[in-house]
Design a binder for this molecule. Structure first.
Ligand code: NAD
Ligand code: UFG
Length: 336
């Protein structure tokens, strides 16, 4: 298939491009490079032997989208492009509604008018309410608590209504839990700008000596070791999930919402311990207060992904720690 990958130079998009090319698909990436580097294209090429097509493009640039769809025919779109920092979304909500919602509308509008009917959208577990009981099923109440989560939910709603109005559409929104790790080659990975907020990149930078110590946010949660529990999923498994979604849409119409997680919860302390053991590197750390807005425990019910996609995760927590650290060591300054 010929696939348009928006946000394809970013963290999850770049890994999915590698998987798409390995499966024989032809891809074109459209990205405004606001949170990624063109070096990712060279890295994807080194792994897969093919440099993907690339178009520097903002999703809100309707004439630019029009030109792209006029020039090339696509069988499907994987829509990763968007902004994703929860705290920033609270400080600058318009940036989130503009990039994530307006950008998506411009993309879908152009795509529909050019007859592209298959679409996979990057959604997030953050759409679920804070009080959802884990394991969280796809039919759990949706109640996002910040503009980022709301922007993702709005796009899900827009897609659902588009599918109601257009019988020929085939759409899957994938709700990712906590993507971590990197390609086992160490050539592509997550390159956060500035000090990372997320646990795994923070761990990596402490291990590398770029940050002094990790603060474990909260030790008094009602969990077995008192620290918060998440469903960390290796980015390679996530990429494979996208391939399965594309295959599923070959024979299924309408709107589908599917969780991508491992179905297993891991606490902050378990992650910290695994990282030190697997990589034989000490992580200076201290115990601090809870981070505002954090939930005690979030992990996926993955029965639907198993049933409809025939997909289960293959990579372990040890793989996630090993691959994240290999990427960090090989690329101490990301793609710079
Ligand atoms: P990322 O920032 O690495 O990748 C996003 C890419 O989109 C970047 O290359 C960026 O330059 C590009 N982009 C942003 N706004 C754009 C715009 N208006 N026009 C064109 N390109 C634009 O992030 P990621 O972690 O790879 O996330 C990919 C998608 O998955 C995002 O939509 C994100 O919301 C979603 N998601 C991520 C996570 C996570 O923890 N990483 C969890 C759930 C969902
Ligand atoms: N944590 C620490 N110390 C740190 C960083 C994180 O203890 O320095 C803890 C957090 O308190 C939390 C856990 O590690 O308990 C995971 O935190 P992350 O920031 O890595 O991930 P979150 O689950 O908070 O959020 C992530 C993404 C969101 C997304 C959400 C659900 O950052 O964008 O997963 O998909 F919405």
């Amino acid at each position: 298939m010929k696939v348009l990958v928006t946000g394809g130079t970013g963290y999850i998009g770049s890994h999915t491009c590698v998987a798409l090319q390995a499966a024989g698909h032809e891809i074109t990436i459209a990205d405004n490079l606001s949170n990624s580097s063109p070096e990712a294209l060279a890295r994807i090429a080194r792994i897969s032997g093919t440099r993907p097509g690339f178009q520097a493009l903002d999703m809100r640039d309707a004439p630019g989208l029009e030109k792209l769809f006029d020039a090339q025919c696509f069988d499907a779109i994987m829509h990763f492009a968007g902004v994703k920092a929860v705290a920033e979304s609270v400080a600058d909500p318009l940036k989130y509604y503009s990039n994530n919602v307006m950008g998506s509308i411009a993309l879908f509008d152009s795509a529909l008018r050019h007859g592209v009917t298959r679409l996979v959208f990057s959604s997030s577990a953050t759409v679920y309410g804070e009080n959802s009981r884990s394991p969280i099923r796809e039919d759990a109440p949706v109640a996002p608590v910040n503009p980022y989560g709301r922007s993702k939910h709005m796009v899900e709603e827009i897609l659902t209504e588009m599918c109601r109005a257009n019988a020929g559409l085939r759409v899957m929104a994938l709700r990712y839990f906590n993507p971590v790790g990197a390609h086992p080659s160490g050539l592509v990975g997550e390159a956060p700008v500035g000090t990372p907020n997320n646990l795994m990149p923070y761990l990596c930078q402490v291990a590398a000596g770029r940050l002094e110590e990790l603060t474990v946010f909260g030790t008094d949660y009602p969990t077995p070791d008192g620290t918060a529990v998440r469903d960390y999923i290796h980015v390679m498994d996530l990429a494979e999930g996208h391939l399965r979604a594309l295959e599923f849409l070959e024979s299924h119409g309408g709107m589908h919402l599917v969780n991508l997680g491992t179905g297993r919860g891991t606490s902050v302390l378990e992650m910290l311990t695994a990282f030190q053991r697997v990589n034989q590197v000490p992580i200076p750390h201290r115990f601090g207060a809870r981070r505002p807005g954090d939930t005690k425990e979030t992990f996926a019910d993955v029965a639907l992904a198993d049933r409809v996609l025939g997909w289960r995760t293959q990579y372990s927590l040890d793989d996630m720690c090993r691959d994240a650290w290999r990427w960090q060591k090989m690329n101490p300054k990301g793609y710079e």
